[in-house]
Design a protein around this ligand. Structure first.
Ligand code: HEM
Length: 403
């Protein structure tokens, strides 16, 4: 076991040199085996965990690694993060986490998400109809990938269709890298105002959407949290699912354009391959690239290294999901792969709340798009595509196509 400082702590986030692979340094660290220190914006040097088994160990040991962003030593993403997210359940542990998660769970079960499949097919078809009327090249990020998740999450929440474009515009700005902080804050305020308006209305006009349930059952009846917290949970559901699912839809389209054999297999029997295609794309892209983060609560040895209480830990999902000890030919995209132990949606008690919903969205979006537009192709050279490399989630800024 070693407690000595590692010689070199690279700046985190690490960059992906090849857009289709994890950062080279993360791959090297995984091959070396032990956790390695990285340097974050504040100068702190949390441990980076890259091996699949070690990440599962960290995320599974909730008594030794906590998710509370306000605990000293948590490797936060900015000075503001503990203040902005500090009271939200997903940045908490135990009794401050689970009860709220249980409140949200019923709207995101596999069964509830599956029930939305026909609606997703209808919406996907409408989006493709609209694409067909547009002048080409068309940017599929803006006009396809970003649109589907927002409309669906609005329906889960019970935000009526006339307001979903407003939520869509606001959530697009929240995740856009090129706009100012003030514009982002204004967009968040707008999203807040829309949800507040509808949440108020649900007090007199209840329905079976999530907002109505939060306000009537958990704010007014049980007093489990206050009205503003209910709105912030709604905003969390929108923002957590929007950028992630949209980026995955975009990345998946790119992969299917550049790998015709995988596209052929998917279209040969979408009922059979859509589900395995989603799991493989989640593994292959591992687009949540700077999380999960935890703070060590009790000295613990991981991979031969002593991690001390109060030290931060960052899990690197891209490297773990290409771990050759778990996946055969990990660099190869194979939508018929049967090994399903990827951790693209995280692992343990904090694993993704919305995973069932995004799974069905991707299962619908990819086959439908290529069935209807079989000649879909890029209008720029692959090397001219721009990926957001430093962001929490990896993805394409634009995906210009024609057919
Ligand atoms: C492809 C799409 C998505 C990906 C890749 C993704 C990924 C993840 C990951 C890796 C985590 C674990 C974070 C951690 O352990 O610290 C997580 C948690 C979470 N995700 Fe997702 N997510 C996706 C879609 C969604 C959607 C559609 C929602 C909508 C509700 C959502 C809501 C959440 C929430 C609320 C948490 C925190 C859960 C908790 O702490 O108990 N995600 N997600």
């Amino acid at each position: 076991m070693t407690t000595t400082e590692q010689p070199r702590a690279p700046q985190f986030p690490l960059h992906r040199g090849c857009p289709f692979a994890p950062p080279e340094q993360a791959t090297e660290f995984r091959a070396e085996g032990a956790p390695r220190r990285v340097r974050i914006w504040s100068g702190a040097q949390p441990w980076l965990i890259t091996r699949h088994d070690q990440i599962r160990e960290v995320l599974g040991a909730t008594d030794r690694f906590g998710a509370d962003v306000t605990v000293p030593g948590f490797p936060s993403t900015s000075d503001a993060q503990p203040h902005v997210e500090g009271d939200l359940f997903f940045r908490k542990d135990g009794a401050e986490h689970l009860p709220t998660r249980r409140v949200l769970n019923p709207d995101f079960t596999a069964k509830r998400s599956e029930a939305l499949r026909p609606r997703m097919i209808e919406l996907t078809d409408q989006l493709i109809d609209r694409l067909e009327t547009m002048e080409r090249p068309v940017d599929l990020i803006e006009h396809f990938a970003l649109a589907l998740p927002t409309v669906i999450i609005c329906e889960v929440l019970g935000v009526p269709p006339e307001d979903s474009p407003r939520v869509h515009e606001a959530s697009k700005k929240v995740v856009q890298l090129s706009i100012s902080k003030d514009e982002k804050l204004a967009a968040m305020q707008d999203m807040h105002d829309v949800l507040q308006k509808h949440a108020e209305r649900k007090r007199t006009e209840p329905d079976n959407g999530l907002l109505s349930r939060l306000v009537n059952e958990y704010v007014d009846e049980k007093g489990q949290f206050d009205f503003d917290y209910a709105i912030r949970l709604g905003m969390l559901a929108i923002s957590a699912g929007h950028e992630t699912t949209a980026n995955m839809i975009g990345l998946g389209i790119l992969a299917l354009i550049r790998e015709p054999e995988q596209r052929r297999i998917l279209l040969s029997d979408p009922d059979k391959y859509a589900a395995t295609c989603v799991e493989e794309m989640m593994r292959y892209w591992s687009m949540v690239q700077t999380e999960p983060r935890r703070v060590c609560l009790q000295d613990t040895e991981i991979g031969g290294v002593l991690i001390r209480a109060g030290e931060g830990v960052i899990c690197n999902l891209p490297a773990a999901n290409r771990d050759p000890d778990v996946f055969d030919n990990p660099e190869v995209l194979d939508i018929t792969r049967v090994e399903r132990r990827h951790i693209g949606f995280g692992f343990g008690v904090h694993q993704c709340l919305g995973q069932n919903l995004s799974r069905v969205e991707m299962q619908v979006a990819w086959p439908r798009l290529f069935q209807r537009l079989p000649d879909l192709r890029l209008t720029v050279d692959e090397t001219d595509l721009h990926f957001h490399n430093d962001a929490l989630t990896y993805g394409l800024e634009e995906l210009p196509v024609t057919w």
